[in-house]
Design a protein around this ligand. Structure first.
Ligand code: SD4
Length: 291
């Protein structure tokens, strides 16, 4: 496929794509497009895995991860483990544009957001309470290795020892049902590239866990001299390989988006053959692939 301008994203989140597209059509920048697109999913709670009310952690709280990157200037803003604020991609953009920093995390990120005028609200919903309480009842897949588990009665319903896992075998909690994320790339007529992500991460994660989505080069990457990429899937594994960075570098070296995406995934598969994940790649001529 080839055409400019271009908006693509992970998963069939059509309203998000449309929101990004209309931002571009009405004269907005590629950053506006990525922000508006991802924000749409935060409002709609796309698949329950973006925005509030999804993926409660082991303490029942929903926290958000997001990233936005300007491929012209290589500026990045990211937030991880953001609490109480629904518009994570907006806060990521505020980090990028209003500070000299790149990433803020946790409670401090939330306090920053509040100071910047974002509304603090509870991210808990009936749905997230329900997911959490089901899990407490014993449908328990703790995210620790081996038998390490500090206070199972508090966090994880009746304690069941978890079988020792081979290092390269993933826990069953990290599968396609526990995962989703919006990752988006926007490229305008003049080849300006922006990319971003927004997610509520992994259900039943250990509080404090950060996935790939807000990690620069893992969740997304953009460089207007090469292209953009964004990833979705088992972030705990994917972030070890910086697949979005790798894909963009491969495109810079001349690979087409399809080869670049494929190589980035196969690099991971070499070590984790059964990992779950995907990546989207686009170059500045408007060629793209959803892999
Ligand atoms: C994470 N990568 O936190 C996110 C979730 C995801 O498709 O993308 N799932 O690991």
């Amino acid at each position: 496929h080839a055409s400019l301008p271009l908006v693509i994203n992970t998963w069939p989140f059509k309203n998000a794509t449309a929101a990004a597209w209309s931002a571009l059509q009405s004269g907005g920048s590629v950053l506006d497009a990525v922000e508006k697109g991802c924000a749409r999913c935060e409002v709609e709670q796309c698949d329950g895995t973006v925005g509030y009310g999804g993926s409660p952690d082991e303490a029942g709280e929903t926290t958000l991860d997001a990233l936005i990157m300007n491929g012209d200037t290589m500026e990045v803003g990211a937030v991880a483990n953001l609490r109480r604020i629904k518009n994570a991609i907006g806060v990521a953009r505020a980090v990028m544009e209003l500070t000299e920093h790149t990433m803020l995390v946790g409670e401090s990120a939330s306090l920053f957001a509040e100071r910047m005028g974002f509304t603090a609200e509870d991210l808990t919903t009936n749905k997230s309470i329900n997911i959490f309480s089901q899990w407490l009842k014993g449908n328990c897949q703790p995210n620790y290795r081996k038998n390490v588990y500090p206070d199972p009665s508090k966090y994880c319903g009746p304690y069941k020892p978890v079988p020792v896992q081979h290092q390269n075998k993933r826990a069953t909690s990290a599968n396609e049902h526990a995962h989703d994320t919006i990752g988006m790339i926007a490229i305008d007529q003049n080849g300006h590239v922006a990319a971003g992500t927004s997610t509520n991460g992994l259900t039943h994660k250990i509080p404090g866990r950060v996935g790939d989505s807000p990690i620069i080069g893992a969740g997304a990457y953009a460089d207007s001299t090469a292209g953009g990429a964004a990833a979705t899937g088992d972030g705990d594994v994917m972030m070890r390989f910086l697949p979005s960075y790798l894909a963009v570098e491969l495109m810079r070296a001349g690979a087409d988006p399809s080869e670049a995406c494929k190589t980035a995934i196969s690099r991971i598969k070499r070590h984790y053959s059964d990992f779950f994940g995907a990546i989207i790649c686009a170059n500045t001529t408007g060629h793209y692939v959803l892999n």
